[in-house]
Write a protein that binds this ligand. Structure first.
Ligand code: B1M
Length: 214
């Protein structure tokens, strides 16, 4: 691994936000691809944080400072991950479902979709089904995108899909789901229209769904 990526990885692991910004900039300065910086310097570091948490080697406060360092680095990387031409390809309402506070992956999906030309309405974290329904009625999105990182909050995805169906919104709006514990078979089970394992696949999924719709 490039030395600068190793330093970036370590800075996120240590939750050092200033060093994270410094190494993201250093990696950009030597023309490393933004996707490489993101995947190998940053996402891999968050995976390592998760593994350490599982092993009892780090705790929630450490996860939080690592997450903050990651978010700061992502802000710096954002303009480099996004394309410049901004034709509107459609509207996406996105949020992390009720009970779940994880937003780094959701933000990444939102950022990549925005870069692809979609208008993003980001409802944040811990979003109840009723809120998704309320906003979907108001803005009439092409896609509602649900993120969950906890096995215990995956059922909130079903609750949200059921609420959108009950409100009569599923003919006009498709739902995609994703997040570390989410599987394709779960997506089928709860009748989501699509599922993606990462942010770039989420973009491909949305492009594909909307191409088939028109
Ligand atoms: Co939490 N946490 N956490 N945590 N946390 C996990 C998820 C965990 C796997 C850690 C572990 O045990 N190894 C574990 C969940 C176990 C489980 O249910 N299977 C866990 C736990 C247990 C908890 C708490 C319960 C801990 C506690 O309090 N005892 C608690 C719950 C709080 C709550 O939500 N109610 C908690 C809290 C937190 C923090 C707040 C401290 C912090 C989040 C801060 C934040 O997000 N602002 C945090 C963090 C940072 C993590 C880990 C370490 C990193 C998550 C992350 O940001 N990854 C995580 C361990 C891990 O994931 N390995 C862990 C980087 C990010 C880029 O990846 O989010 O997976 P990810 O997103 C990916 C894909 O999943 C996908 O695309 C992204 C990449 O391209 N994707 C989608 C995501 N959403 C998508 C939507 C799509 C499509 C793709 O379409 C709509």
């Amino acid at each position: 691994m490039e030395e600068v990526l190793q330093k970036l990885f370590n800075s996120i692991l240590e939750g050092n936000a200033a060093a994270t910004r410094e190494y993201v900039q250093a990696a950009l300065d030597i023309n490393l691809k933004p996707e490489v910086i993101l995947n190998h310097g940053m996402i891999d570091a968050m995976r390592r944080v998760g593994a350490l948490f599982e092993e009892g080697e780090c705790y929630v406060p450490e996860m939080l400072v690592s997450a903050r360092a990651m978010q700061g680095g992502m802000a710096l990387l954002k303009p480099h991950l996004q394309q410049t031409d901004k034709k509107s390809n459609g509207k996406v309402v996105i949020g992390t479902v009720k009970g779940d506070l994880h937003d780094i992956g959701k933000n990444l999906v939102a950022l990549m979709l925005e870069g692809e030309g979609y208008e993003i309405i980001d409802l944040g974290v811990d979003v109840p089904a009723e809120k998704f329904v309320e906003v979907a009625k108001e803005v009439k999105p092409d896609i509602v995108a649900l993120s969950a990182l906890l096995t215990t909050t995956m059922p909130s995805m079903k609750t949200t899909i059921d609420a959108l169906t009950a409100a009569g919104l599923r003919n006009s709006t498709m739902v995609i789901i994703g997040g570390a514990p989410v599987t394709e078979s779960y997506a089928h089970q709860i009748e989501a229209d699509g599922f993606a394992t990462d942010a770039s696949r989420a973009v491909g999924m949305v492009n594909g769904l909307l191409a088939n719709k028109s």
